[in-house]
Design a binder for this molecule. Structure first.
Ligand code: ADP
Ligand code: MG
Length: 451
């Protein structure tokens, strides 16, 4: 039964968690309806009980209904040898089997902090409306750690918006003159280090190390959701550091109050200092970021291409950067200039991934944005050219990019007649032949809407 329970648990939790925790469990004596599972230390016993206790009990009952209770116990001297034998070949496995994520003691002792990426500095961070507050807070903490009101600094925002960049920038700034000790790591690393410390029975050292730094930065805290023991440990570390006047910087994908699954007292404390939101990028910010990266690359990238990328890849700066890097690499490799046409070719797969089915509403929005008119004018009765022309373009694009019929399109533009739409289509076609720059505008809009 134990072998079956173990295998099922292993399949459920994955190899890494299994070999860090559960591999060490040894089957103890069975007494009537009660089974004992033995663990090498009290800490480990508590951990396994907290994380897997219920699951172990359920699995046992499924496999072997006579078992009513599963007791987790600390292995004592005498039982060790005897019960190792029952645990099969696993007990004899050498330490090298441990996953790489759980380094042995010496590593835990020697490199607490993860090295900082030298590219992620304040200088290379492009500031715009969506991130200026977070940026200012980060700068402030880098200048004067542990100032009242800024401890902890909690940075949050979606994927690829610059949280890690800002944390590294703080770290680089503070460690430049070597007087401040900074430990930066992801919450995941934090957990694995903690686990490794437990395994090697060096939790005291781990705690002492953590509590000896001037600045502790933990990235992607949302990873600790559901990891109660690690949260607990982090909470204590957090309190000890803040009480000692040290600075904490934390990032997550949501605000403290939205991180359900984190313990209340931890969320409360996280929200006590400065909470700074990094908002989704705007078109302007994406353009600025692309310009900065293009300038640094010494390859000339046409404005149209930058605009195209900024329109197409909107969610994540990392992907935006990746797309530009690929264009630059291509230009360098083949020695040909970057154009809008070859951009589409080179980025074919990336752009496809960003493709969605275009809606008429989206077309209206993009076109209105492009010519700086109000969205409501797409369906208003106003006939001034500054409004009527973009409206015609939107109708033209709706015809080209969607499968809607002329009457359907007309309805979406303030209940206009299908002949109006027809007229718009031929008018725009005509104008595109006469006016190159107008044609380019329409073409750009079409490409960014359609991909
Ligand atoms: P997050 O941690 O929020 O997921 P990162 O900090 O890893 O995001 O940022 C992803 C990539 O985008 C990094 O290469 C980073 O340098 C870059 N990046 C994000 N925001 C900016 C910005 N405002 N200026 C320059 N680069 C940025
Ligand atoms: Mg990050």
């Amino acid at each position: 039964h134990w072998v079956r329970v173990r295998d099922r648990l292993r399949a459920e939790v994955g190899d890494v968690e299994y070999s860090t925790w559960l591999k060490q469990i040894v089957l103890g004596p069975l007494e009537e309806d009660e089974i004992a599972l033995l663990l090498p230390s009290r800490f480990l016993r508590d951990w396994v009980r907290g994380q897997y206790g219920d699951r172990l009990q359920n699995l046992w009952q499924t496999e072997c209904p006579v078992v009513r209770r599963v007791e987790l116990q600390v292995q004592r001297g005498g039982t060790t040898a005897a019960s190792s034998a029952t645990s099969g070949p696993e007990a004899a496995q050498p330490e090298e089997d441990a996953p790489p994520a759980t380094p042995a003691t010496p590593e835990v002792r020697n490199d607490l902090a993860v090295p900082l990426d030298p590219r992620f500095t304040f200088d290379t961070f492009v500031v715009g409306k969506p991130n200026e507050f977070a940026y200012a807070c980060a700068r402030r903490v880098a200048e004067k750690p542990s100032s009242a009101g800024f401890n902890p600094l909690f940075l949050y925002g979606g994927v690829g918006l610059g949280k890690t960049h800002l944390m590294h920038a703080i770290g680089s700034e503070l460690t430049r003159d070597g007087r401040v000790s900074v430990a930066y790591m992801s919450a995941e690393k934090f957990m694995y280090r903690f686990i490794a410390a437990i395994r090697s029975q060096s939790t005291m050292e781990f705690k002492e190390q953590l509590r000896s730094v001037d600045v502790l930065m933990i990235d992607d805290l949302q990873f600790l959701i559901g990891k109660d023991n690690t949260q607990e440990e982090f909470f204590h570390t957090f309190n000890a550091l803040v009480d000692a006047g040290r600075q904490i910087v934390v990032s997550a994908d949501k605000s403290p109050s939205d991180l359900s699954g984190l313990e209340d007292r931890l969320r409360t404390r996280l929200g006590c200092g400065m909470v700074a939101d990094i908002h989704a990028t705007t078109f302007e910010l994406r353009i600025s970021i692309l310009e900065a990266k293009a300038n640094a690359s010494h390859v000339s990238v046409p404005t149209k291409v930058l605009e195209f990328l900024a329109h197409k890849i909107t969610s994540n700066v990392r992907e935006l950067e990746g797309a530009l890097n690929r264009l630059i690499a291509h230009a360098n490799l083949f020695g040909r200039p970057i154009t809008l046409e070859n951009t589409q070719e080179v980025l074919h797969d990336i752009l496809k991934a960003h493709d969605r089915r275009v809606t008429i509403e989206e077309i209206q929005r993009k076109v209105a944005e492009h010519w700086n008119i109000r969205l409501t004018d797409m369906s208003s009765a106003r006939r001034a050219r500054a409004v009527a022309r973009p409206r015609q373009v939107a109708m033209y694009l709706a015809k080209q990019l969607t499968s809607r019929s002329l009457p359907e399109i007309g309805r979406k533009f303030g209940n206009r007649d299908h002949t109006t739409v027809m007229h718009a289509v031929s008018r725009v076609t005509e104008l595109m032949e006469q006016d190159v720059s107008f044609a380019e505008d329409v073409e750009l809009l079409r490409r960014m809407l359609e991909g």
